[in-house]
Each structure stands twice: as C-alpha cells, then as structure tokens.
Design a binder for this molecule. Structure first.
Ligand code: HAM
Length: 421
C-alpha cells in the first residue's frame, strides 16, 4: 500500500475543527490589526530563496525541496513565506498603491529536515509582515500581534526573547571581534561552527552543541557594538514593549537561522515543547528588498508554526472548538422512504440545521445506534406507516420524548425545537 511521505501528516476529520477554529482566531486577530491576507504560489524560482534567505543557511544549503521542471527550470517548494511575500510585493508594485503594506498569510511550507515531534517536512505557518517603514512602533506592533494571538488562545508559560543584530556596518566590526574571541579555541568547536567561522560567525552563537555553547559563554555581545541608529532603534522597541506590558528577556546571543535580518530579532518559546521549543520567530529585514533587486523597502514580520502551537495547546488542555453536534438524523425504512428523505434532508439543511440521513439501508436499531453515536438532537423516523400518514415519528433525544409531526408541520417544528434546546 502506498504510504504518506516521511515528515508529512494527514489532518483527520476529528482534528480539522481544531485547525479551522485556530485559523479563524488568527484571521480575526490579523484583521483587527488591519493586516490583509496575501496568498502566494506553492513553488517559486529557487533563486528567490537562495538570494533571499542566504546560500549558507541550513534552509538553503540542506533543506529545500528543489527540482527541475520539464522545461529545465529550477524550482523550489517554498520553505518560508517572507521571501515570497517580498517578491509578490515587488512584482505587483504594492508600494505604488500604498506607502505601507501590512500583509498576513496562513500557508503550508516544506523543509527536508529530520522529522521528529514538532519538526515536519510539510508544516504550516501563519505570519504577518509590515512593509514600508523603519519605525520601531512597527516592530512593536508585529510583536504585539504575535503575542496577542497567543494570549487570545490562552497559552501560558511562554518566553519572548529579544535581540538586535544591527546593520551591516555595526555587524562587520562586531564579526571581527567575535572571530578574535573564537579563534584561539576554534579547533574545539563542532564541524558546523568551524565551517561557519569565516562565512557566518554569528551563527556560531546559536549552536546547540553543549561544547560550543560553553565556549561561547563570554563571547562579545553585538548589542554592545551597535551603531548609534541601531542602538536607538533597539531602545525604542524595548520601550514600546514595556508600554504594551509585554514581558521579554533580552538574549544577546539570539541570532536567527535566516540571513535577511537586520536590527530586531525575536523568538517566542514554550516550556511545553522539547528541543523544538520555538513556536514563533521573526524580526526586521530592511535589506531583503534590495537583495531581490527591488525598491528599497524596510520591513518587519513574524511567523509561527501551527503544528507546534497545536501541540502546546493540547498539552495545556486548551480546546478552541468542539466538534459541532448533529441536529437531525433522518431514519428512513425502505427504499421509498429513503427517496422521500433525500429531499427532506435538503429542506432541513436549508434551515441551517446539521442534518444526516441513513445512506446504508440499515435496520432501525442500527440507525438509532448511529444517531446516538453522532449525538443527534432529533431523529426523524420514516417507515411505511408514517409514509402512508404523511408524517414523521420524531424522537427528541435529550428528553427521551417521542411524538408524531405531519410533513407540512415538520420544518416549523424543527426550527422552533432547535432554538429551544
Ligand atoms: P523560522 O524561525 O524559520 O522563521 O520559522 C518560524 C516558525 O515556524 C518556527 O518558530 C516554528 O514554530 C515553525 N517551524 C519552522 N520549521 C518547522 C518545521 N520543520 N516543522 C514544524 N514547524 C516549523 C521563518 O520562517 C521566518 N520567515 C519568520 C519571519 C517572518 N521573519 C520575518 N518575517
């Protein structure tokens, strides 16, 4: 039998209500903050990610699903949304319509990682991006939005970590200082860090290898080497978060796994997740538009992983959605009754009631069992006798009551009775 691909998931019918409810809460909150949904294609030219995210990042160098199409074009299933959003913004000249664009998305993404709990090869993110301003209030608004969604869900025990990775000017200076600090012990660092030493030494600060993190303990901090503009910006972001009452921890060694960041970076982690504890990450990326040969567009955004979020919700006992209860179960007995019932089902559904009818020709006993399993509120029995009299036998399941209702009364009856219960 053909099986699903490792690291992918089927979202089964009993799970979809949780997804739909979560997506509803996300959309509703995004709209309150006046963000507008943008949807982009599942695949893009590989170059978009190679240039946007950075050739040397794990995502681009190891994790992308890249293939040649029949026309020998190199394409990639999107591993993240920030670069596609920026491409769509530039290509559609959204900047010409408005100097500020606030965009959001909910989308499936693809990364060929080693699958484990909370780490999938196809996963889902929601996120928001503000394009067109360097204002620190935009950074604060993005973090407020990310935080507020978690608050509205009712999540507890979250940590927001914040840092500034400066701009290319202050970073160049800092890189040299960091390399001077690491160089004497370079041979003790892991192979990945040694490889990153020349090309991307900042990522060494992020290494989870215990030896490397011990060696990094007294490394110089970028926040101590920010240029004046970047320092003022960072102070403003922190000030706004204080004003918003959003608790955060400064983490001078927080560097994110994508190369486009400038200034603000942040991550939100949950105590309920193991090694893959980040449910949300984001930051400012003022140079990405230029990197993609577009008009200069400073921007800031975040994205959160929906599978990880749903895991935390489950562990904290948070349910946003109950499976909706069946209102009416139509129980026909015999072919003639079934023919009659299909049109009744249509009419009852038109009242807005969730309605099911037996399609398997089951016995009345088996149909009653099914109605109970689906917790139906009303069962409408249509046997030979009822057909002759043009009426239904109605069982009001919560009250264990039974009565007969004529065909020409049934819609009014159900409409009234459904409201009462
Ligand atoms: P990211 O940190 O790569 O950032 O991903 C954001 C979130 O997506 C993570 O915190 C995690 O919850 C979830 N995630 C990432 N990879 C996986 C995976 N393999 N399985 C399950 N969940 C995963 C970005 O993608 C940036 N585009 C965020 C951003 C938006 N920065 C600025 N704007």
């Amino acid at each position: 039998m053909i099986k699903k691909i490792k690291g992918t998931q089927d979202i089964l019918p009993e799970e979809t209500p949780r997804w739909v409810a979560l997506e509803g809460l996300i959309r509703e909150t995004m709209i309150r903050y006046n963000f507008h949904e943008l949807r982009t294609p599942i695949f893009e030219q590989t170059q978009l990610f190679a240039r946007g995210i950075g050739q040397l990042t794990d995502i681009v160098s190891k994790e992308m699903y890249t293939f040649l199409d029949r026309g020998k074009k190199q394409l990639t299933l999107k591993p993240e949304m920030t670069a596609p959003i920026m491409r769509a913004y530039l290509e559609n000249k959204l900047y010409a319509r408005s100097p500020l664009n606030k965009l959001f998305y909910i989308a499936p993404l693809f990364r060929q990682e080693n699958p484990q709990a909370g780490r999938l090869r196809q996963f889902h993110q929601y996120g928001a991006e503000t394009l067109g301003t360097t204002d620190a209030n935009a950074d604060a608004e993005i973090i407020d939005l990310a935080w507020t969604i978690f608050q509205r869900i009712g999540l507890k025990n979250l940590t927001l970590r914040l840092n500034s990775v400066g701009c290319p000017q202050c970073r160049a200076d800092y890189k040299r200082k960091l390399q001077d600090y690491i160089r004497p012990n370079l041979d003790k660092y892991c192979a990945d860090c040694q490889r990153r030493f020349e090309t991307n030494p900042l990522r060494i600060l992020d290494c989870k290898n215990p030896t490397c993190s011990a060696l990094n303990q007294n490394a110089p901090k970028l926040v101590d080497h920010l240029c004046d503009d970047c320092r003022v910006h960072y102070e403003q972001v922190k000030d706004r978060l204080h004003k918003l009452g959003i608790p955060f921890k400064e983490d001078p060694y927080l560097v994110r796994g994508l190369d486009y960041y400038t200034r603000t970076v942040f991550e939100i982690t949950s105590e309920n997740l193991g090694a893959q504890n980040a449910i949300c990450g984001g930051g400012r990326y003022d140079l990405l538009a230029r990197e993609l040969d577009g008009v200069d567009t400073p921007a800031v955004g975040f994205a959160a992983g929906m599978e990880r979020l749903l895991m935390v919700m489950e562990q904290q006992g948070i349910t946003l959605a109950e499976k909706p209860r069946l209102d009416v179960f139509l129980a026909p007995l015999g072919d003639l009754a079934r023919q009659e019932c299909i049109t009744w089902a249509h009419k009852i559904r038109a009242l807005g009631l969730i309605t099911e009818m037996d399609l398997l020709g089951r016995s009345i006993k088996a149909q009653m069992r099914e109605a109970n399993r689906q917790q139906a509120r009303f069962v409408l029995i249509l046997g030979e006798n009822e057909l002759q009299k043009q009426e239904f036998t109605v069982k009001i399941m919560d009250k264990s009551e039974q009565l007969t209702v004529a065909f020409d009364q049934i819609l009014d009856f159900l409409q009234m009775a459904a409201k009462e219960n």
